[in-house]
Design a protein around this ligand. Structure first.
Ligand SMILES: C[S@@+](CC[C@H](N)C(=O)[O-])C[C@H]1O[C@@H](n2cnc3c(N)ncnc32)[C@H](O)[C@@H]1O
Length: 279
């Protein structure tokens, strides 16, 4: 696993998402995850919805669902509306939770908690599905993260995981200039390879059902985000001031976007869609 030189913690993750709230919503919209381009002709909005739709499809029929690291709750709402389920959605960010709580849900329900997943007090064997879309890399103690997911799943329940990953054997320069800074600047606790993620799921007692590498289908996300960053810098004075302010730890996000784009291009970064069932 690649870990940052400066360790992250839940408070730093919360501060990152609270501080960059306006940027995330403007640059990404309410889905803070990659888009999935299967035809290549999708708009960025359609690609983001397509990725969420694959998560909803993998959840299947469910009455109780937990969304670990829910962001603005867009995927939670898609799951509730498609299945009628009661979704419990956790984020560390007060700004994300405030937005998510204001959104209407046409069917089912979404309960948003500002809570660290590793401190959750959800009952064991209570969820038909647990989803984690691009959140686990922020969390320390990765084995425990997945053990907690297995604990709250009912027997037969599914874990649906969309995960940022590294290649199996990244080159030294990729670690130094891309992967380690991406972890540090993005407040990640660490990034494992797809093989490491499979091993964590297995050691939590979860049996693999679906295992897909979506790296090629999601990579365009970073071209889209890079263009939006440039456009915003060109047109918005407040953004230019934010990026110039040396006291702003999170101003580096503009550089991280460039690293991510390159890391997908060299193959140092991978993207996994893993579904596993609790026996
Ligand atoms: C990249 S965003 C993904 C958001 C959402 N899943 C989506 O796809 O739109 C990462 C999310 O993980 C959450 N997160 C990170 N560490 C967490 C933790 N220890 N407990 C709960 N949520 C966490 C953050 O608050 C943020 O909402």
């Amino acid at each position: 696993m690649i870990v940052p030189r400066t360790p992250s913690d839940p408070a730093a993750v919360a501060a990152h998402y609270d501080r960059l709230d306006a940027f995330y919503r403007e640059l990404w919209g309410e889905h803070v995850h990659h888009g999935l381009w299967t035809t290549g002709r999708e708009t960025p909005e359609a690609a983001a919805e397509a990725l969420a739709a694959r998560v909803v499809e993998a959840v299947g029929e469910a009455r109780e669902v937990v969304d670990v690291g829910c962001g603005y709750g867009a995927t939670s709402r898609r799951i509730a509306e498609a299945t009628g389920a009661a979704v419990t959605a956790l984020t560390l960010s007060e700004a994300q939770a405030a937005y998510a709580r204001r959104q209407p849900v046409a069917r089912g329900s979404v309960r948003v908690l500002v809570q660290d997943w590793l401190q959750n007090d959800l009952p064991k064997a209570s969820a038909d599905a647990v989803v984690a879309v691009e959140s686990t890399t922020h969390m320390p103690e990765r084995e425990r993260v997945f053990r907690e997911m297995a604990r709250v799943l009912r027997p037969g329940g599914r874990l649906v995981l969309c995960v940022w990953a590294t290649s199996e054997q990244p080159r030294a320069w990729e670690i130094r200039h891309l992967l380690e800074p991406i972890c540090r600047e993005g407040r990640l606790a660490g990034m494992g390879s797809l093989q490491e993620n499979r091993a964590w799921l297995a050691s939590a007692g979860l049996a693999a059902e679906t295992d897909e590498d979506w790296s090629r289908e999601v990579a365009r996300t970073w071209t889209v985000v890079a263009r939006r960053v440039v456009a915003r810098l060109a047109t918005d004075r407040a953004t230019r001031q934010f990026v110039r302010d040396a006291s702003e730890a999170d101003r580096v996000f503009a550089l991280t976007v460039a690293r991510l784009r390159l890391a997908f291009a060299t193959g140092a970064m991978r993207y996994g869609f893993l579904v596993a069932r609790k026996p």
